[in-house]
Write a protein that binds this ligand. Sequence first.
Ligand code: MGD
Ligand code: MGD
Ligand code: SF4
Ligand code: MO
Length: 705
Amino acid sequence: MPVETHYRACNLCEAICGLQIKHENGQVLSIIGDAQDPFSRGHICPKAVGLKDIYEDPDRLRRPLKRTAAGWQEIDWETALDEVAAGLRRQRDAYGPHATAWYAGNPSVHNSGTQLAAPGFLRALGSRSLFSASSVDQLPHHFAAWQLYGHPLLLPVPDLDRTDHWLILGGNPLVSNGSLMTAPDVAKRLQAIQARGGKVVVVDPRRSETAAKADAHHFIRPGTDVFLLLAMTQVLFAEQLVNPGRLAEFTDGIVELEAAVAEFTPEHVSPITGIAPDEIRTLARELAAAGRGVIYGRVGVSVQEFGGLCLWLINALNLLTGHLDEPGGYMFATPALDILGKPGIYTKYDRYRSRVRQAPEFMGELPVACLAEEILTPGAGQLRALVTSCGNPVLSTPNGAQLDAALAELDFMVSIDIYLNETTRHAHYILPPATGLETAHYDVSFHALAIRNTSRYSEPLFDKGPEARYDWEIFEGLRQRLEAGESFDAATAPAPENPETKLDLGLRYGAYGRTGLSLEQLRENPHGLDFGALQPRLPAALRTENQRINLAAPLFLEDLQRARHTLAAAPVAAESQLLLISRRELRSNNSWMHNLPRLIKGRNRCTLQMNPADAAARSLTDGQPVRVRSRVGVVELPVEITPILMPGVASMPHGYGHARSGTQLAVAQFHAGVSINDLTDDARLDELTGNAALSAVPVWVEAAG
Ligand SMILES: Nc1nc2c(c(=O)[nH]1)N[C@H]1C(S)=C(S)[C@@H](COP(=O)(O)OP(=O)(O)OC[C@H]3O[C@@H](n4cnc5c(=O)[nH]c(N)nc54)[C@H](O)[C@@H]3O)O[C@H]1N2
Ligand SMILES: Nc1nc2c(c(=O)[nH]1)N[C@H]1C(S)=C(S)[C@@H](COP(=O)(O)OP(=O)(O)OC[C@H]3O[C@@H](n4cnc5c(=O)[nH]c(N)nc54)[C@H](O)[C@@H]3O)O[C@H]1N2
Ligand code: SF4
Ligand SMILES: [Mo]
């Protein structure tokens, strides 16, 4: 067969870059950026070739595994689905539906088969013990969107290509390639802001790769962004810089917000944040003065004790400065596939609570920081079974070591995953779907979070082969068996529903259906279709009861009381203590791409970074092994002394810790590192949203050995 060319979306991160893949006889010859993709314009990062490596990885699972007394045994799919469904039914009959939990990890939203088919399985499962990576990531964003705009998925994004002022808090898009902001090639878009005379400002306890390219960078003491944001809001009011423009017509609560923030002057918050009052004033004034400007916050401000308040204030600052829903500001995409669901008022909050800690449900989920205690605490309602999909919570959730131990206690665990790793090693069954190059793909979520309106569909490149199952086939197979019970008969059961039917209908009835958009049209246009720059959508897009925005929603004003207490207590860190934050690296993807030699090679990247002054105070030298201790755990790793860390702060990458026994990750084990989440504390939560407070964890560091 001759060399052929295939075009598809990279589904590894939110940037959704278009790829051009040359292949011959089932072998990938090359992967480069698709220059004809109207959105990504040829951009890729080093992870793109990871798709070839995942496809070829000898450690990737291809057939179901069953745990037996004699070790893991490969079994066929029908047996696996039958036994898993029977096991789930047994648990439900014995302990009720809610004693079986579900955890969905990050790649769930990067696999349209999972995203579209998992809900049917969950309905059949009938449990409300649902957990996901959202509560170690982005619940504050959803909470603010729900409170302000009426729907948790109505998330504004920075209109990068038209802005002249971009203020970034707690995001490092040059490394992460952007998040809750789908923007392939952020680096070029950032340069373009500067080239047209604009300014990029970063607030981060670490002089990140993005901060290094910005026009200004301010260190901030981890976990204190809420106070900076309150003071910036106070400055807008005090200096009469509030100018919402047309947004004033449908915005309430401005006066109440002014009163609520009045006490938070720059002088009042400067000691806790570590930012001088003048600098706080400048941050506010520059945002207000920008003709086209936007303030954007991401993981760093979301995974804090006041994540919900931070995201409220980031939205409020954009509104008050007239940047919400305006070109160059904070805008809403118009996706081809609507993800908001049926019209109506969104009510999924505090309908029930977690059993042990009484944490309220939000969006139908409970905080994953509560998962281990729900398994370990005896009593009525104790969790006894778990299904994980696309997740590695042992490495990705706070106090992972405790969860690791808890998983070993479960009666029954099933993992839908492509690797035998730190989490799935506890499963009784592992069901590995076809993935990456073997699957069809549509970015259900990311087109809705994109800084340009586009739509693109990817065909499978390689046939998955008769031995493999698509993720949607697994979910549908389990759904049918759970619904039919004992009477299920594979021979007579209806064919499982391919979610592409749903996708096609959604496209036809969506925003561009009138222009002829359909799955067929996307198939004919493998580089994707461009529907242009973002358009203003307010107030029509609002889902709030009265079609207005309330800047002074009671839940936020009440939660402000918690922030007031913290500020009054003015916790001055003991000199011996550092505040731990996380970092990402370009050649890594959370916990799961460390088994690919091409990406993991080179120097050990799992180091504890700290400032020279903090190292000197502990008589540490660069590269020396150190012991890091928190309330919940201890790890040892080499120290990396660098001035890019704010004094008093330490940083570790997340996703490492592969030395646990019983996994099948040969390469990753060689570069094991240690897990930052053996230090993060499951007791630290943003009480408002349920998001884990992974940032600003107090730790003590000393020489090891
Ligand atoms: N301390 C700290 N902790 C963090 C973070 C942090 O910044 N600091 N970040 C948090 C964030 S933002 C997130 S999103 C979470 C991520 O948390 P998780 O989603 O729990 O972790 P991942 O490492 O993304 O695990 C992905 C899993 O999906 C599997 N997988 C990959 N592709 C497929 C596929 O196609 N199908 C299936 N079924 N499985 C697949 C992989 O083998 C792996 O087991 O971690 C969070 N944890
Ligand atoms: N290469 C790569 N890309 C990825 C991922 C990956 O693991 N590797 N993961 C993907 C996922 S799941 C996500 S959610 C996105 C995340 O995308 P980003 O939000 O851009 O993620 P991070 O790189 O973790 O950047 C968080 C920044 O917040 C800073 N920070 C920490 N604590 C604080 C604080 O208290 N205040 C402030 N102001 N800043 C703070 C950190 O120093 C860091 O620079 O990236 C995605 N893209
Ligand atoms: S930036 Fe993200 S989407 Fe683009 S090639 Fe890299 S991993 Fe893939
Ligand atoms: Mo994430």
